[in-house]
Every structure is written in structure tokens, then in C-alpha cells.
Design a protein around this ligand. Structure first.
Ligand code: ZN
Length: 199
């Protein structure tokens, strides 16, 4: 699989645009969350949104490049969560990862710490599930400040058919082939969580 962005200099603009969109939804409040896109597969390189910035105000320069372990390769100070982005990419082959702190994901994880069952919903097709799939489990994992621990939990709990994991007390990790697909998956997962929260 090739990198999503072949010129690293072009990685910042789409990430800034995606971040502004998610921020407008209230999913990246108070500088929370981060987005990434794969810029090289061998060796693995990701562009990750810089930490500590208002995600509605990012410029194309507000990215940090990290390796397959989430360590910076050109200086800069990536969020510790960059390591989990890299782990998701290594695990799934995704080309882009979205991490947002949504109210619905935290509320639903509190109700369903063992995982969230989703069934009989047309919207599930937005996750790439075929028509006949009627029930899937959206995994919920316990939070940790240790990205190695969190990555192990994600790997153990991951449902291969579902490109998302909820981190209890924290938020969502969602991924896709490219930033656009990752965005669509995020919007679908959040729709499903908001629905389940209201029924
Ligand atoms: Zn977070």
C-alpha cells in the first residue's frame, strides 16, 4: 500500500482542513484530539497535527512528522498520542487516523465498558460493512497515559470489521484509507453513538 501523501509538504493543508471541520462540530474542544496521515510506508512516516494548538486555527505548518513509534523525525514536539496513531497504522494499514474527544463516545463507554453493540442500522454500511451484517461490536478499551499499554489494549480488543475504537473516559480513535475516508468513518461512528445515547 502506498503512502496517502507522497509529498510531506502537502500533508499539513488537508490535516488543518479536517481539524477545522471536526472542531466546528465541537469534537476537538480545548486543543484536544489529533489527526494524522501517512506520508511514507517504508520507513513508516506520519504527519500528525501539532499538540497544544486550537484545532480550529491550524495552518499547514502545524504538523509534526513522526516515525513508526511516534517519535519525531524532524524535531518538533508531537503529542504522546502520536504513538497510538502510528500503532493503529501499523496494525490496520490505514492511511489516516482521527482522534477526537466527543461527548457521545465518553458517555456511551461509561454505559457500556465492555463494548457497544450496534445492530440493524443502515448507517453501518458507512463503515464498509456489507448489507447482511446486522450486528457488530464497537470495542471500548480502558484509558491509559502509557501509549504502549493503550496500544496493546487496542490491538487486543480491535474488531477487524470496525475501523474504530472507543477509549473510556477519553474519546474515539477512527481510521481509514485516507483522510476523507477516515472522516467519513468518524462521522458515521459518532452518528451511531449519538443515536444509541438517545434510545
Ligand atoms: Zn486524546
Amino acid at each position: 500500500m502506498t503512502a496517502v501523501v507522497t509529498d510531506p509538504a502537502e500533508a499539513g493543508a488537508p490535516l488543518a482542513a479536517e481539524a477545522a471541520r471536526f472542531a466546528s462540530f465541537g469534537w476537538m474542544r480545548g486543543t484536544s484530539g489529533n489527526l494524522s496521515v501517512v506520508t511514507d510506508r517504508d520507513p513508516l512516516r506520519l504527519a500528525v497535527t501539532a499538540s497544544g494548538l486550537d484545532k480550529s486555527e491550524l495552518t499547514p505548518a502545524d504538523v509534526v512528522f513522526v516515525d513508526g513509534d511516534g517519535a519525531p523525525v524532524d524535531g518538533g514536539n508531537p503529542s504522546a498520542e502520536a504513538a497510538l496513531h502510528a500503532r493503529v497504522v501499523r496494525l490496520t494499514g490505514a492511511g489516516a487516523v482521527v482522534h477526537v474527544h466527543t461527548v457521545a463516545s465518553v458517555a456511551m463507554a461509561r454505559r457500556h465498558p465492555q463494548g457497544i453493540v450496534l445492530r440493524d442500522l443502515e448507517m453501518l454500511k458507512g463503515l464498509g460493512l456489507p448489507d447482511h451484517e446486522q450486528e457488530v461490536l464497537l470495542p471500548v478499551i480502558a484509558n491509559s497515559q502509557d501509549m504502549g499499554v493503550l496500544g496493546d489494549r487496542l490491538e487486543a480488543a480491535r474488531e477487524p470489521r470496525v475501523p474504530a475504537v472507543v477509549v473510556a473516559g477519553h474519546g474515539l480513535y477512527v481510521w481509514g484509507r485516507d483522510p476523507r475516508r477516515a472522516r467519513h468513518h468518524t462521522e458515521v461512528v459518532e452518528w451511531l453513538l449519538e443515536l444509541e445515547l438517545t434510545v
